[in-house]
Design a protein around this ligand. Structure first.
Ligand code: PEP
Ligand code: MG
Length: 278
């Protein structure tokens, strides 16, 4: 809470189940980005539904009433696993990755969704989908999620349909965020990818460091546009990219009306202090 009463939630980003301890140690209000890829990387074959269910359940149970936003599979580009057989691509960052794989290979996606809907029974779980570019994709995701729900119901397996949001990390998603806001419960802005795609700068290429400017007006205007479009529809917006932890921008984000910042666990306290000092 700022001194003039504006409220913003400060959550933490994590990349493995083992990181939950850091989230609690640093007293984050929740987990704003749980990168589920760690379950898929460094192994020979797909994780089973049961393995995923146990991992998600453990995290949501440990967090108790606090919100845990689990991002569905964001594999491809810099995150590779041989058994996906993704093949070599000229431009992997703009290639077959994340939600594109999930929509083309719905069985893999459905396994993850089943584990998530089952784990949702045990705590305050939300799900978010990465790399969205269109309303059509979101509608297809909802169809698949509804199919999973029907199957769990018919099989008599306990489940809960969690809050569902999308990541805004492509310029296309920003430009149609008015339409997207009608279809989802929340947005989480992935400024790492949004900056790379907007500035046409490969985030992995160190040679371009001097050109990589996440404070570029284009990025800040996009964030404002996304917040306004979400709020017009009564939806909340977080930032889960690294820019969320940029203390030089905290005040601007609060003024824009950003509802949540998700940052690396060691930054939680610093961002909270910055907000309180405002
Ligand atoms: C982002 O793109 O800002 C983001 C949070 O996702 P990742 O860094 O995992 O691509
Ligand atoms: Mg991203």
């Amino acid at each position: 809470m700022t001194s003039d009463g504006k409220k913003i939630n400060i959550y933490a980003n994590i990349g493995s189940a083992g990181d939950v301890g850091y989230v609690l140690e640093n007293d984050a209000g929740g987990i704003g980005l749980f990168r589920s890829e760690f379950l898929y990387l460094g192994r020979e074959d797909f994780p089973t539904e049961e393995e995923q269910f146990q991992a998600y359940r453990q995290v949501v149970q440990t967090m108790g009433e606090k919100k845990v936003i689990i991002r569905t599979l964001d594999i491809g580009a810099d995150k590779q696993a041989d058994y996906f057989n993704l093949g070599k691509e000229e431009n992997p960052a703009m290639g077959y990755r994340a939600i594109r794989i999930c929509l083309k290979e719905p069985e893999t996606f459905k396994t993850q969704l089943r584990a998530l809907l089952r784990a949702a029974v045990y705590g305050n779980l939300s799900v978010m989908y990465p790399m969205i570019i269109s309303a059509e994709e979101v509608m297809r995701i909802h169809d698949i999620a509804e199919e999973v729900e029907r199957e769990l119901k018919e099989a008599g397996v306990p489940y809960r349909v969690p809050e569902q949001g999308i990541m805004i990390e492509t310029p296309a998603a920003v430009m149609v965020s008015d339409e997207l806001a009608e279809l989802v419960d929340f947005f989480s802005i992935g400024t790492n990818d949004l900056t790379q795609y907007t500035l046409a700068i490969d985030r992995q290429n160190q040679r371009l460091e001097d050109f990589y400017n996440p404070h570029h007006k284009a990025i800040l205007r996009m964030i404002k546009m996304v917040v306004d479009n979400a709020h017009k529809c009564g939806k909340w917006v977080g930032i889960c990219g690294e820019l969320g932890a940029d203390l030089a921008l905290t005040e601007e984000f609060v003024d824009m009306g950003v509802d949540e910042l998700s940052v690396a666990p060691p930054m939680v306290l610093k961002v909270r202090e910055k907000v309180r000092a405002m």
